[in-house]
Design a protein around this ligand. Structure first.
Ligand code: FHN
Length: 678
């Protein structure tokens, strides 16, 4: 009975129980938090891209703008590229020096390319002759670096590419390469991949992160990703695995959909506009414009930009993985050495505002960013000031707490901070102590109370009978009051205790109150009561009709103008039997059953483009070329059967197609076969 009541409440709430897009391995939240703890507190790591590509250092023929992709981009055949083996003799390589530079820069972990896409292993692999032992150097670089990293108190992490341009069993192989494989067998390649990952997770001590990459080609899929994820966790249960082990990553923005393997999202060369509460992520970025060493690339970001990237990322709850591309002789480019040193000088003073901090309590700050260490008795809020106040008054907007104190990190004396209405004014020197960013630590009594307009959470703006809307003020100390008649909430307006249930079309207005006084702006959102779309007569048959097409498209074509290769009836919307095919399209038609009048959400996962229509109306438009990602749409439906059409195509590379649905307020689930008809 209790479950039914909770479900009823969840339905009314109009908000699904959100499932963070974090991994598929079965562990409790407490177990996951314990496993992720060191990584979340570390916040800052060094990425190292090193391999044979450092030998040409970016030059091939008359071009000098290559990096670690030189083999693919310059179409250098395997047997030609292997000649770099003889030139890879990094006699100046000093693992301890590398680890010391990372530590002195304030980095807490190192992630190095054990094998990049070119297939060359930087360690002594027993299952490959294409490794460091085939070079004049003949030393296990990973062993030396792992020992040095640990000696400096840092955590060793491995980057490992799934895509492999040289292995004869890897597919798709490069038609420009030679020798051309004659009996490529991807299952054999998968075993080779597992064997190398097993070496890396067996022979080098405890590893912090397995950072997979190159998961986007058509031969890699969710089943293989799940197997590789499971292998890592079997070998080292405490290891953290990034989301590129599987195929759930949505492009360079880096975040995954629920249900895919991987512990954290991997935005690349970008910083998300805002963090996502409850989702772990790490932005990886270069110092110049190449990951691998390019002797001509002098386009290095300034130390100030690198420090402010770190602050911006951490203020949004993420980690920063900053890359170095060492030279073939084993040294870091001088430009990288200088920047690491300068970042380290800043971190020495301000590391407390980075390590083990959480995302900013503020929605935004005009003059910079914030990070925080919240606590029940008192909280530390670190104000990272980019634009220093010339009048010596740093205004911190909308703070409801009593002030315990204020201090510029690195300063010998405390600063004076006073309340001015809802703001805090901190007296600071007329010039900024640090041009990159000066940090003011503001200590507050209790958990942060930030005067920001409450958020109105709902998965839909439409409803059929009633909808429950969750309103969040951001602090237990604040009371949220609301109106449904369009007026501005006052101290006498109704208080929103969690969820507000609406039964008629309404513009909901909400505002935060502290000690009886309004302390935030007003947020509003319009909710409309709608008639559900009429149901159709029940279908005669089970399952859905599918037409299969072959062609080369950039978006869903006009299927009526094409001739289907075949037509069949399917039990479920998926790619069974077609998983690796390219230049393929489906048009799926039939009916879907819903068991009550309500608003329903449809989630469409696709690579490449797809569209989903209900009763002839387009509900999800996820058309175009893109990596596996999902989009959601809603439709108000009467109990019974409704027409559904799903169009989908895959151009080249990876592919994905899945439809999930949910009644408003419930989590997404696959559609039971009995609920499909035609
Ligand atoms: O193709 C790789 C690239 O060479 C580099 O390793 C980056 C770093 O994250 N990852 C891939 C591009 O997304």
């Amino acid at each position: 009975m209790r479950v039914m009541k909770l479900l009823a409440l969840a339905m009314l709430v109009g908000l699904a129980v959100s499932v963070p897009a974090q991994g598929i391995n079965q562990e409790s939240k407490a177990e996951r938090d314990a496993r992720m703890k060191w990584w979340r507190e570390a916040r800052f790591g060094m990425f190292i891209h090193w391999g044979l590509y450092a030998v040409p250092a970016g030059k091939w023929g008359d071009r000098t703008n290559y990096g670690e992709w030189i083999m693919e981009s310059a179409k250098i055949p395997v047997d030609e590229y292997r000649k770099f083996l003889g030139g890879f003799n990094p006699t100046k390589f000093d693992a301890r020096e590398w680890a010391r530079m990372a530590k002195d820069a304030g980095m807490r972990y190192i992630t190095i390319t054990t094998k990049h896409h070119d297939g060359f292993a930087l360690y002594d692999s027993k299952v490959s002759d294409y490794d460091i032992m085939a070079t004049p150097f003949k030393r296990d670089i990973m062993k030396e670096l792992e020992e040095a990293t640990r000696a400096e108190g840092l955590t060793m992490c491995w980057y490992h590419s799934i895509m492999d341009w040289q292995h004869p069993d890897y597919e798709p192989h490069r038609e420009w390469s030679n020798p051309q494989p004659t009996d490529a067998n991807f299952a054999r390649f998968e075993k080779y991949l597992h064997d190398q990952v097993s070496e890396l997770l067996t022979n080098y001590g405890p590893i912090g992160v397995m950072w997979f990459d190159g998961e986007w080609e058509r031969t890699w899929n969710h089943e293989r990703g799940s197997r590789l994820d499971a292998l890592c966790r079997k070998l080292q249960p405490k290891v953290i695995v990034n989301n590129r082990v599987d195929v759930g990553r949505g492009g360079m923005a880096g975040m995954s959909d629920a249900g895919f393997a991987g512990d954290f999202g991997t935005p690349e060369q970008e910083i998300p506009a805002q963090g996502i509460p409850g989702v772990d992520w790490e932005s990886c970025m270069t110092m110049n414009t190449h990951w691998g060493y390019n002797a001509w690339d002098k386009n290095y970001k300034s130390t100030r930009e690198l420090i402010r990237n770190l602050i911006d990322i951490v203020s949004k709850g993420g980690n920063y993985l900053l890359n170095v591309g060492p030279k073939a002789d084993g040294t870091f480019p001088e430009e990288s050495v200088v920047r690491l040193k300068e970042i380290g000088q800043w971190m020495k003073v301000n590391g407390d505002a980075i390590y083990a901090t959480q995302a900013s309590p503020f929605k935004s700050l005009k003059w910079g960013r914030a990070t925080m260490k919240p606590g029940k008795t008192q909280s530390e809020v670190f104000l990272h000031v980019f634009d220093w106040p010339r009048d010596g008054k740093l205004i911190v907007p909308g703070v409801g707490n009593e002030i315990v104190g204020a201090q510029i990190l690195g300063a010998s004396s405390r600063s004076v901070a006073r309340k001015s209405g809802g703001d805090v004014v901190v007296e600071v020197p007329k010039t900024a102590p640090n041009g990159h960013a000066t940090v003011v630590k503001l200590t507050l009594k209790g958990m942060p109370i930030i005067y920001a307009a409450p958020t109105i959470n709902s998965d839909s703006d439409e409803f059929v009978d009633a909808i429950g809307v969750r309103i969040d003020s951001g602090s237990a100390e604040l009371v949220t009051r609301f109106t449904t008649d369009g007026s501005t909430p006052t101290a006498n307006s109704a208080a929103a205790k969690g969820n507000v249930v609406l039964t008629k079309s309404t513009t909901l207005k909400v505002r935060s109150f502290h000690n009886g006084k309004p302390v935030s702006g007003v947020a509003d959102r319009k909710f409309t009561k709608v008639k559900p779309w009429a149901a159709s007569p029940a279908p005669a048959g089970k399952g859905l009709k599918r037409e299969v097409y072959r062609g080369d498209w950039d978006k869903c074509p006009n299927w009526d103008s094409l001739k289907a290769e075949k037509a069949d009836v399917i039990e479920q919307i998926d790619l069974k039997g077609y998983g690796a095919d390219e230049h393929l399209g489906f048009r799926i038609t039939g009916m879907v059953y819903v068991d009550a009048d309500d608003v329903y959400r449809f989630n469409l996962l696709a690579d490449d483009g797809a569209k989903l229509s209900i009763d002839g109306k387009l509900v999800v438009d996820h058309d175009g070329l893109h990596s596996p990602s999902d989009k959601t749409g809603t439709a108000p439906l009467a109990k019974g059967w409704h027409q559904i059409t799903v169009e989908w195509f895959n151009k080249t590379g990876g592919s994905a197609l899945e439809v999930k649905m949910a009644r408003l307020g419930q989590p997404f689930a696959s559609v039971r076969p009995a609920n499909w008809g035609h």
